[in-house]
Design a protein around this ligand. Structure first.
Ligand SMILES: [Zn+2]
Length: 191
């Protein structure tokens, strides 16, 4: 959807060459009354380059786009993605000085096919609506399966190992106690 949305902007005359490599798209829980947000972050980043080697990017400008995980339909999620991309384009073209949903934002949003008459809620106009529905048919079900981050997997493995170890130690202790008791009983009657 991100790729298709970027092409949508490019087809409408926006040059996203400076943005598209630096988009960090996430789907997670955010403020209840938000569908998503866009934020520019400056960070030191390591990333894979085209030759699959890690490269260091000092102070890279990242457009972080978050879509609320409470959105469970692909159509709405794509509308939100396009809305947030409008913020990214607005930042690139006009800087930080203009209002978040002001006239600059509205011009961009309208030209890619969003309805800008409802404030910060920007539903797709019919033409874009049809286009998104086509994309969805190609992309399949939403939400797409999310893989667990590597860090979590490692933590999970360590956690279950510690629990197993504790259980084994407990078993050894119990068996030891039982053996001592049997030994004592044995000695009492036979000793
Ligand atoms: Zn917005």
């Amino acid at each position: 959807m991100l790729k298709k949305s970027i092409i949508l902007f490019e087809n409408n005359g926006y040059d996203l060459s400076g943005i598209k490599e630096n988009i960090n798209l996430q789907c997670r829980g955010i403020r209840k009354d938000w569908d998503g947000y866009h934020q520019q972050i400056h960070d030191n980043n390591f990333d894979l380059n085209e030759e699959n080697n890690y490269r260091y990017y000092p102070n890279r400008n990242i457009h972080k786009i978050v879509i609320s995980s409470k959105i469970n339909n692909s159509f709405r999620a794509t509308e939100v993605l396009i809305h947030e991309l409008c913020h990214a384009v607005q930042d690139e073209l006009h800087g930080y000085d203009c209002r978040p949903h002001g006239k600059e934002f509205k011009a961009i949003a309208f030209s890619v096919g969003l309805d800008v008459n409802y404030g910060r809620y920007t539903p797709a106009l019919p033409a874009l609506e049809a286009q998104i529905e086509n994309w969805n048919r190609e992309a399949g079900t939403y939400p797409h399966p999310v893989s667990m981050p590597k860090k979590m997997k490692i933590l999970e493995a360590i956690g279950s190992f510690v629990l197993d170890l504790a259980f084994i130690l407990y078993l050894i202790f119990m068996v030891g106690s039982v053996l001592i008791i049997i030994n004592n009983v044995y000695e009492y009657f036979l000793g």
